[in-house]
Design a protein around this ligand. Structure first.
Ligand code: ADP
Ligand code: MG
Length: 701
């Protein structure tokens, strides 16, 4: 008999699974017996041994045995049945809020019991609320659990007992059915000492004596074996994505020496060698008929925009459109201003689109985008929403990508594939350039952006002086205000950034307004501007322009100015409640100064008392200006979710792997993934399906 594969056996084939339960399991993503095998416990409890009552620690779950010494119904705020139970080493209280007559009868003094439950500190010393219990027959004590008891992720409407039973049945099928070890053992990695099946058996049913502390930390070799496999699956899913996109082909955008020269000549500076190197990489990529998928990392102020503009010039010189998407209106507007200065002299036509552009103005822009009279289109994510038809998009540039998740990246790619007949023969998907100013630690980039090639602009334009940072208690606020006065009086400009814990535009705007008023009272001779997310786009633009033109001395702002804002004359930045922000965000904000040749300063105000963690963050900010170092520290302190941005986190959910804990295996994961792709391509989709399900995200690129 040819046994069918475990991923082909539905959960409804298991004992006790009717249509209703099968439906619930479906909702949890558990369709097949294989899915159950990969549904791993979150943690374990030890019911394999009896703990002496005298040795119990609060907040642990233990099995105890003893004799009931007293049993009373107590009328407190809630009526409860209270039993004192004793063994040779001590006593503990059992407390039941729900009980019936029969139960009370069966829990009389003198009864021998075995109980299991969580121990808490209660009114009467250590207590167990509603323990599970069994009556003891000394002659024939009930058997203890033979393995550690797994606790599975909470599953609505399916009890732990039921899930344990189903996983148990799934494990039994391993005796008769093969579960393909898709990471072939001859890959010969120390990660793979456990076979897949052994690892699964152990994790569903750890034998007594299995190191619970290792299991709790996810450091047990069996867990590490599966974590490695899961990371390989993720890595492969991104590589697959890349393959799929690259199968589509792209328009070859030939380098145009004359156009690039004209562009470079009218810039007020020359490119740094890092900019030149990255520009050359991009130029070579987009001249191919294979879609470019490239991430450009560069610290704040390293000059990514101009490199992107150069790529756009190459696209436009080949008769194609380029689109530049920024995460905020302010940044999009600033790009528009820059690109107009740089590209208008070359006769390049620019269109502009944000979500807030409505009515006639919008129609005009849409028409220009659709008929090709717009050659570069700048905007926010509105660029890639319904109703926007490009004429012939050849290059998509996404700025400050850390604000966008994988899904948005995919949506953009799909959009770009809507090329019309005019471009026949030119390929079907635009080249993609992604820029991020949050440097991403190498290992993390490797796994979160495995679908992208990576370039790094690792040099700042000449003449920049590092921003000097001080950390000050808010009690010193008046000194800081004096410092702003002194700086603005000699013609410099400053930012004052207000931060809030809640992500509320309204509250943040209110806080900034109040601060602006306070500062205006104290600094009556200065012109103070206010900018926040609640202003109309037009107003934001006007205020930014006034600040740029030097009409505003001090700009009070919320974190809307976090990315991209570029006013070189601003040389002082105050960040209030800086202890609330993460390192990367602080670094971004601080990057708004230090853009000119003047010495720049950043004051991080904090409101005491602050936690050790916050203090450590602020100390790092004081010590370094290096975005890559800061990102590494951020990763250590806050973990990958924060470093990649919250949006990314949702995209990077793992069953068992943990990017931070397991980051040491990422280089090896990459090697294994590449080997599989080359030597065992038939395993790749199976592995992806095993760990990521048949998620649409990866199905269609
Ligand atoms: P980021 O990489 O943070 O996006 P920008 O592209 O905004 O940086 O560039 C920061 C500032 O540096 C801008 O004012 C830009 O015009 C300027 N800049 C870029 N490249 C150079 C260069 N090679 N020399 C001097 N200034 C430059
Ligand atoms: Mg930028």
């Amino acid at each position: 008999m040819a046994a069918s594969a475990l991923h082909e056996i539905g959960v409804d084939k298991l004992r006790g699974v009717g249509p209703q339960l099968a439906g619930k399991l479906q909702k949890l993503g558990l369709h097949s017996v294989q899915d159950l095998l990969f549904h791993l416990p979150l943690r374990y409890i030890d019911r394999t041994k009896i703990t002496a009552i005298g040795g119990i620690q609060p907040l642990t779950e233990v099995v105890i045995e003893g004799e009931i010494k007293a049993s009373d119904v107590v009328f407190g705020r809630r009526r409860s049945l209270v039993c004192r139970i004793q063994d040779h080493s001590g006593t503990i209280t059992l407390r039941f809020f729900h009980f019936n007559q029969a139960q009370q009868q069966s829990l009389q003094a003198g009864t021998q019991l075995r109980c299991f439950g969580e121990v808490r500190r209660g009114k009467a010393g250590l207590e167990m609320y509603h323990p599970e219990y069994q009556h003891l027959n000394q002659a024939k004590p009930p058997a203890l659990a033979e393995t550690l008891t797994p606790i599975y992720p909470a599953t609505e409407g399916v009890t732990q007992q039921r899930i344990r039973d189903l996983c148990g049945q799934a494990l039994q099928r391993l005796d008769t059915h093969r579960l393909e070890d898709l990471l072939y053992a001859d890959l010969d990695s120390p990660r793979l000492t456990y076979s897949l099946v052994d690892a699964l058996r152990l994790l569903h049913n750890p034998p007594p004596g299995t190191a619970l502390n290792l299991l709790a930390e996810g450091e047990h070799p069996a867990q590490q074996r599966l974590a490695a496999e899961e990371l390989v699956a993720h890595h492969l899913s991104l590589l697959r994505l890349r393959q799929k996109i690259q199968q589509q082909g792209a328009p070859a955008l030939a380098p145009n020496e004359a156009a690039s020269q004209r562009f470079l000549e009218q810039l007020p500076f020359t490119l740094t060698s890092a900019q030149q190197r990255v520009a050359t990489e991009i130029s070579a990529d987009i001249s191919q008929s294979l879609p470019m998928l490239r991430l450009v990392q560069g610290d704040v102020g390293s000059g990514k925009t101009v490199v992107a503009a150069l790529a756009a010039v190459q696209a436009i010189a080949s008769g194609m459109q380029a689109a530049l998407m920024a995460p905020t209106e302010i940044l999009a507007e600033q790009h528009r201003v820059n690109f107009e200065t740089w590209l208008k002299p070359l006769g390049i036509r620019i269109a502009w689109l944000t979500g807030k552009l409505k009515g006639k103005g919008r129609e005009v822009q849409l028409a220009a985008i659709a008929d090709g009279s717009a050659q570069i289109i700048i905007g926010t994510h509105a660029l890639f929403q319904e109703g926007v038809e490009f004429h012939n998009l050849g290059l998509t540039i996404i700025d400050e990508q850390h604000r966008f998740g994988v899904h948005q990246r995919l949506a953009l790619r799909k959009k770009g594939a809507n090329l019309d007949a005019d471009t026949e023969g030119l390929g079907s998907t635009p080249h993609q350039l992604i820029m991020t100013a949050t440097p991403i630690p190498r290992t993390l980039a490797m796994s979160a952006y495995a679908d992208l090639d990576c370039s790094v602009i690792d040099e700042l334009p000449p003449g920049r002086t590092p921003v000097e940072t001080v950390v000050l208690n808010n009690l010193r606020r008046n000194d800081v205000i004096e410092r702003v006065r002194a700086s603005c009086t000699i013609g410099r400009q400053a930012y004052w950034v207000c931060t809030l814990i809640e992500e509320s535009d309204v509250l943040e705007a209110q806080a900034a307004e109040a601060t602006a008023q306070e500062l205006q009272l104290m600094l009556s001779e200065l012109s103070i501007g206010l900018i926040h997310g609640r202003l109309k786009p037009k107003e934001k633009v006007q205020i930014m322009q006034a600040f740029k033109d030097g009409e505003i001395n001090l700009l009070v702002a919320t974190t809307v100015i976090e990315v991209g804002v570029d006013v070189p004359n601003a040389s002082l930045m105050i960040i209030e409640n800086s202890e609330r922000l993460g390192l990367s965000q602080l670094h971004q904000l601080r990057g708004r100064v230090g853009r000119g040749s003047e010495n720049s300063h950043c004051v991080l105000l904090y409101q005491p008392p602050i936690s050790g963690n916050s203090a450590a963050r602020l100390k790092i900010m004081r010590e370094t200006n290096d975005g890559f170092k800061i990102a590494e520290k951020d990763l250590e302190i806050r973990g990958p979710g924060e470093v990649l941005g919250t949006r990314q986190t949702g995209d990077m959910q793992f069953h068992i792997a943990d990017l931070q804990r397991d980051s040491h295996m990422l280089p090896e994961v990459k090697t294994i993934a590449l080997t599989l792709l080359q030597q065992y391509p038939e395993n790749v989709d199976l592995l992806i399906a095993r760990w990521l399900g048949h998620s649409e995200q990866y199905g269609q690129a």
